[in-house]
Ligand binder design. Structure first.
Ligand code: UD1
Length: 430
């Protein structure tokens, strides 16, 4: 089992290049099979989740040609199966985007039903509600969602909760339905807009993505395109909080500063300096930072995927901070790990009260999920002494060359998998 071993104490300083948005890329890759022509997608992050989804796409017969680490060509003409197995869904929930893509194109999809996951129970009732509204018969049989329609017909659909996944999945199916679909109470995340832009570049007719109402006029066919995925706002925000927590000075490059506004606002509130450029943001952290309160919300609110990273930072700020997690019920597990490093935290329901401490002390901790794992690495970088983070397989699902990027900013971090490697690291860092 691979682990990260970290010697904390160095402020992170320098510039770091941000990759393509994993969550946008997952939906875009699934949507790519909707064309019978070759679609080229670049600025893909080279992370495990993307590779698993590409396997799932190849598994149903689509042509998948990896041009390089960040570029792929997909052609959906050769798809022979509309059945996505549990193995894929188990590894990566977002394989369920193939449901909307296959249903839209072939009017038939069979995809294993995803279970809960480490951050919460994650129902998909809104996805199914949307497909049914478009006229599909949707049944759950033997752990599988089976969705079928003779043809899909555009409808006015009002989502009960704001869901990124449901918005994207139903938008994909509606892109090839007959007539006009109007989606209300939709998610406005940058990746929803990116998927809509991608579908439009293939000839879809989708308007309003990024607002509360999306209007989709279905088309019969989607054509070839070449598309570049937007930068990853969560990867960028992770490095911004790493700068804050380590009292560093980091510029994140290749970002869209507008997408980072909620993160930037919180960094300013706690006393960091933030400078915005056209496609870069610089975060400078000096002296002791101040506490604040934060509540996770759908975009443009503060992202739940940044909650652990701000949590770690607030645990080092002067005063008491309150975090309210309003999207997923199980996203405070990392705080128990952080307490092992000296943080003072009290969780009640969906709120956590954090009394800032001056320093963490390095300890052995486990990554409970992707973002929490990255946050614990930030804690290790800010801590006195050595921290070992277990279960980094979660981190590798969503961060490309995480340790290399951190090292380029002056972090002392290695990926290790044996006691011998740990001893070697200890000897090296003294
Ligand atoms: C996506 C992101 C994830 C992020 C989340 C919220 C991907 C691959 N994942 O997840 O990283 O944390 O958005 O920004 O893009 N809900 C329902 N019924 C549904 C669907 C959702 O009740 O049918 C609830 C969920 O339980 C949750 C809330 O709606 O409380 C938001 O979930 P959603 O936006 O759907 O998250 P995902 O798309 O799964």
């Amino acid at each position: 089992m691979e682990q990260y071993i970290i010697k904390g104490g160095n402020p992170l300083v320098g510039e770091v290049e941000i990759g393509g948005a994993k969550n946008a890329a997952l939906a875009i890759l699934a949507a790519a099979i909707m064309s019978d022509e070759t679609v080229m997608i670049d600025n893909l992050p080279d992370v495990n989740d993307i590779n698993v989804l590409l396997d799932a796409i190849a598994g149903i017969g689509a042509m998948v040609h990896r041009v390089d680490r960040h570029t792929v060509k997909i052609n959906g003409k050769s798809v022979t199966s509309v059945d996505i197995e549990y193995d894929y869904i188990k590894k990566i929930r977002a394989s369920y985007y193939l449901l909307g893509a296959l249903l839209g194109k072939y009017k038939h999809a069979e995809v294993a039903l995803p279970g809960g996951c480490n951050i919460g129970s994650r129902p998909i009732d809104q996805h199914l509600k949307g497909f049914r509204a478009l006229g599909a018969d949707v049944e759950i049989e033997h752990g599988k969602i089976i969705a079928e329609a003779s043809h899909l017909v555009g409808k006015h659909i009002y989502f009960d909760v704001v869901s990124v996944g449901a918005t994207i999945n139903v938008m994909m199916a509606a892109a090839m339905a007959d007539g006009l679909t109007i989606l209300e109470n939709v998610a406005k995340e940058p990746h929803v807009v990116d998927v809509a832009n991608f579908l439009n570049s293939m000839g879809a007719n989708i308007r309003g993505a990024g607002t509360d109402v999306i209007r989709i006029r279905g088309v019969q066919k989607l054509h070839r395109t070449s598309y570049s995925v937007i930068p990853d706002q969560i990867e960028a925000g992770t490095f911004m909080f790493a700068a804050a927590a380590t009292k560093g000075d980091v510029t994140v490059l290749n970002v869209i500063p507008k997408h980072l506004e909620a993160t930037t606002a919180k960094l300013l509130e706690i006393g960091c300096e933030v400078e915005e450029f056209d496609d870069a943001v610089r975060v400078v952290s000096k002296g002791r930072l101040k506490s604040t309160h934060v509540k996770t919300l759908p975009y443009p609110g503060f992202p739940t995927d940044m909650q652990p990273q701000i949590g770690v930072t607030l645990a080092l700020c002067e005063g008491t901070s309150i975090i309210t997690e309003s999207i997923f019920e199980n996203r405070f597990k990392y705080l128990d790990e952080l307490a092992r490093m000296g943080a003072s935290v009290k969780v009640e329901g969906n709120s956590a009260a954090i009394e800032g401490v001056e320093k963490f002390s390095g300890a052995r901790v486990s990554a409970p999920d992707l973002r929490a794992g990255a946050a614990l690495c930030i804690a290790g970088l800010a801590a006195d002494g050595i921290t070992i983070v277990d279960d980094i397989v979660y981190i590798q699902r969503g961060y490309e060359r995480f340790e290399e990027k951190l090292r380029s900013l002056g972090a002392v971090i290695e990926k290790v998998s044996t006691e011998k490697e740990i001893r070697k690291f200890m000897l090296k860092v003294g």
